[in-house]
Design a protein around this ligand. Structure first.
Ligand code: FES
Length: 384
């Protein structure tokens, strides 16, 4: 499944004005609408976009500069975001925001270049792998051409900028290589000389993403040991990652380890590293690829009152509060939709919500909650 969800129907500024008619009431009504919005400027998007697509406010516009094929099912887009975008750190992610058939969709991807690209020439790269039965990634890969404008979110996620001196091990598989490309390139740009081993698992040689960049990085990072394992072509390795791969890594227990890839590979790598004696605090992973666990919540559901908008909905407990708010026509801020970036943080005035990643219920009183991972348990009032 692709990550992210439908953002709902876009609204037309011209259409709204036509419906309410001209006059003082119109302007009063419009003023109220704008006042209630987190980003009032986005109300004028259709108008702004018709003048210049880079002026849109609903998202940060980025012009597609180039598209490069990586494999039969993945491509790298070079994008030039509007200057207000704000930059990123190695290993972070962003959402692509696209309108398809009149509906807005948001999908998270990792940045696959070092931050110096943005700092020096104002471009970034995002590598997209097609999700075979996905609704958006196949369309994304076919739909855009150089010169088109696409929407992006601000960058989010942990800063994984490599530190000088630490020996490192990256274990990655499939499209999990993309944030690693960013980190390795950041190391090369900073002329770091850390011993680094990259274990990169792919199905076949034809599935290697970032092959050209990895070759170039091997030239720039003299202490990079690159081991690409094409599991289907290796009769000794039908199970992908095995203890022998880790045993071959010199000074394994001293290394900082970073994992990114399919959940099965990451869990397996974590267990093998623990068995090999690598301390927990030396192992990090990007949650982006792990995906949030979902704890089934008993007694979920209840009345949700969005106090600023004065909207009340009945939640059956099968949708998270972010989705409830969107279904009610609200436009709350969000980034990853996976509990990582905290952009969806919202003040709860009263009631209990349950964090679906941990199963932990909140307190009864006023506190900040993450809409994208919380469901109500009884009546809840949110300042939205
Ligand atoms: S949207 Fe990122 S934590 Fe909720």
């Amino acid at each position: 499944m692709e990550k992210g969800v439908d953002r709902g129907q876009g609204r037309s500024y011209r259409g709204v004005l036509a419906r309410v008619g001209p006059g003082r009431d119109t302007w009063r009504w419009l003023g109220q609408q704008l006042f209630n919005r987190e980003n009032p400027a986005m109300y004028f998007d259709p108008l702004l976009e018709s003048i210049n697509p880079l002026w849109a406010q609903r998202y940060i516009p980025a012009r597609v500069e180039a598209i490069e094929s990586e494999t039969h099912d993945s491509k790298t887009l070079t994008l030039r975001p509007a200057r207000r975008w704000g930059g990123f750190r190695a290993g972070q992610h962003l959402n692509l925001e696209v309108e398809k058939d009149g509906r807005w969709y948001s999908r998270p991807f990792s940045l696959s270049c070092s931050p110096s690209h943005w700092e020096q020439d104002g471009t970034i790269t995002v590598t997209i792998k097609k999700v075979a039965d996905g609704e958006i990634t196949p369309w994304l890969l076919e739909h855009f051409e150089p010169g088109d404008v696409i929407g992006i979110s601000r960058a989010y996620g942990e800063d994984h900028t490599p530190e000088p001196g630490h020996p490192m091990l990256f274990v990655t598989g499939g499209s999990g290589i993309t944030p690693v490309l960013s980190q390795l390139e950041a190391m090369a740009d900073r002329h770091l000389r850390n011993p680094v081993t990259l274990l990169y698992f792919v199905r076949t040689d034809a599935d290697i993403i970032g092959g050209r960049k990895l070759e170039a990085l091997a030239e720039r990072l003299p202490n990079l040991e690159l081991r690409i394992v094409a599991a289907e072509q290796d009769p000794q390795n039908p199970d992908h990652l095995g203890p022998h791969h880790l045993q071959a890594v010199e000074g394994l227990t001293e290394r900082d380890c970073f994992l990114c890839g399919p959940p099965g590979l990451m869990k397996h790598a974590q267990n093998l590293l623990a068995d090999a004696g690598v301390p927990d605090e030396q192992i990090s992973s990007t949650l982006f690829a792990v995906g949030p666990g979902v704890v089934v919540t008993e007694d979920a559901g209840g009345t949700v009152h969005f106090s600023r908008s004065d909207i009340t909905v009945e939640s059956a407990g099968d949708r998270r509060l972010l989705e409830e708010a969107e279904a009610a026509g609200l436009n709350p801020r969000y980034g990853c939709r996976m509990g990582i970036c905290h952009q969806c943080a919202c003040r709860k005035k009263s009631g209990i919500v349950v964090n679906q990643q941990t199963g932990q219920p909140s307190g009864h009183g006023e506190e900040t909650v993450q809409l994208c991972i919380s469901v109500p348990q009884g009546a809840v009032e949110l300042e939205l």
